[in-house]
Design a protein around this ligand. Structure first.
Ligand code: GUN
Ligand code: ZN
Length: 446
């Protein structure tokens, strides 16, 4: 019997498709007084409250656990398509751009993960903070140390989360104590794939840091791992910073462009996602679309590190898969609401304002699609996994004031994006159940 049915009431918004430029109204569903019914962790119904209630067997109605979030907004769990958990300790570090920032802040922080205890404590803290921000799935960089992936996946498994993570591969142009080799990267990644890929809700992602820190031999290994396992994921970085791009052209002469380096080593395709992609040309955009390789748009990081403005409109026009990402610790917040607001700011600089529909699509179904996880998560279609976040417009006085003057749902959503943040997250549910912070991370944050 379905004695684990979970019935949720509130204003529900989710996407069925990309709303595109036209923001076509059949790409999303909004139920002002909505119901979400979850059984055995999966969505069984999503509709108007009265409609779901009427079709509910009496037994389910009496035994279901009910959560009443009336007046609050329920969205599918938010998806952060690119984030580095070991960099929590260097968020908000002053005065450097990408390459100096890596050398001065990031590499020393990642070196501290040689201590497995640090990896364990950071994993617990990071995941509980993600949940506090309404984010339920992320594509996560660990460090070069294989145990940094074990620690992360153990913490994610304990919380029943759908997560991607991989061991960073880097065998040159980094400190000695963070360096692997093509052979060790292959052996370590294979072991981690066998241990974790497809276990519960966890999936492995092959993680060469970026072209400058891998030899051609190691990029070859990355290509073998990515193409050698079914439904494998891959994450890296692309065209973030001008000096980085120049460096790549020196290190890999004879390639048409930066993307062509990754293309040459068989690192493009469905399941692959690259952070940034700011300074792309038309040929690179076309090739990303053709291969269905995704870009993670990381606006707070791009502004904070002075990297530049991602061309969202050009990416969209080229039909590239795009997700939204915090890129902590280059990024300045784990909040996908703040990230959407930064994405809007960047789009305004280019006179192509990002609509609230498209922003919320990118943070949910679009992100799931960019990570090739849309068969599991991203919206409330029947059979999808029941991860969701609840947002309270009344948690911030300015937001409550603005929303009380809003002319419709579109204005309310846009106000939430621009004025809201993690204070608005009233609850986060995983497979229907409320997530509660673990004792470990409560100690950490005290
Ligand atoms: N490029 C290579 N590594 C990194 C990293 O850790 N963060 C960012 N933002 N860019 C990178
Ligand atoms: Zn990154």
């Amino acid at each position: 019997p379905h004695n684990h049915a979970i019935l949720v009431r509130g204003s529900i918004l989710h996407f069925l498709a990309d709303p595109g430029e036209a923001d076509s109204a059949d790409s999303w569903q909004y139920f002002e007084d909505g119901a979400l019914l979850i059984e055995d962790g999966k969505v069984v119904a999503c509709n108007h409250w009265q409609q779901v209630l009427a079709s509910l067997p009496a037994l389910t109605r009496t035994t279901a656990r009910t959560y009443d979030y009336s007046g609050k907004l329920i969205l599918p769990g938010l998806v952060d398509t690119h984030v580095h958990y070991p960099q929590m300790q260097v968020m908000g570090s002053f005065g450097r751009q990408l390459l100096d920032w890596l050398e001065h802040y990031t590499f020393p922080a990642e070196a501290s993960f040689a201590d497995r205890k640090i990896a364990e404590r950071t994993s617990a803290f990071f995941l509980d903070r993600l949940l506090a921000h309404g984010t339920t799935t992320a594509s996560v960089f660990a460090t070069v140390h294989p145990h940094s992936v074990d620690a992360f996946f153990e913490a994610a498994q304990a919380r029943n989360l759908r997560m991607l993570c991989g061991k960073v591969m880097m065998d040159r142009h980094c400190p000695e104590n963070l360096r692997d080799t093509p052979q060790s990267a292959l052996a370590d990644s294979q072991k981690l794939i066998e241990r974790w890929h497809g276990k519960d809700r966890l999936r492995y992602t092959v993680t060469p840091r970026f072209a400058p820190t891998s030899t051609p031999e190691q990029l070859t290994v990355a290509g073998e791992l990515f193409t050698g396992f079914p439904d494998m994921h891959l994450q890296s970085h692309l065209s973030e910073n001008r000096r980085e791009i120049e460096w790549v052209s020196e290190l890999f002469p004879g390639h048409r462009n930066y993307l062509d380096v990754y293309d040459h080593y068989k690192l493009l395709g469905r399941g692959a996602i690259y952070g940034h992609g700011i300074h792309l040309d038309a040929a690179e955009r076309a090739r990303l679309a053709e291969t269905q390789t995704a870009i993670a748009f990381c606006p707070t990081s791009n502004l904070f590190l002075g990297s530049g403005f991602f061309h969202h409109d050009a990416a969209h026009a080229a039909s590239m898969p795009v997700g939204l990402a915090t890129d902590v610790g280059g990024g300045t917040s784990l909040s996908m609401l703040r990230t959407m607001a930064a994405a809007y700011t960047v789009s305004q600089v280019q006179h192509q304002p990002l609509s609230p529909w498209r922003a919320l699509y990118l943070a949910t179904l679009g992100g799931a699609h960019a990570l090739s996880l849309d068969k599991f998560i991203g919206n409330f279609q029947i059979g999808k996994e029941g991860d969701f976040a609840v947002f309270d417009y009344k948690a911030i006085p300015e937001l409550e004031w603005r929303v009380s003057h809003a002319k419709g749902i579109e204005e309310k959503l846009f106000a939430l994006i621009t004025l809201g943040d993690e204070r608005c997250v009233a609850a986060t549910h995983i497979l229907g159940k409320p997530a509660t912070p673990t004792s470990a991370s409560r100690e950490m944050s005290q």
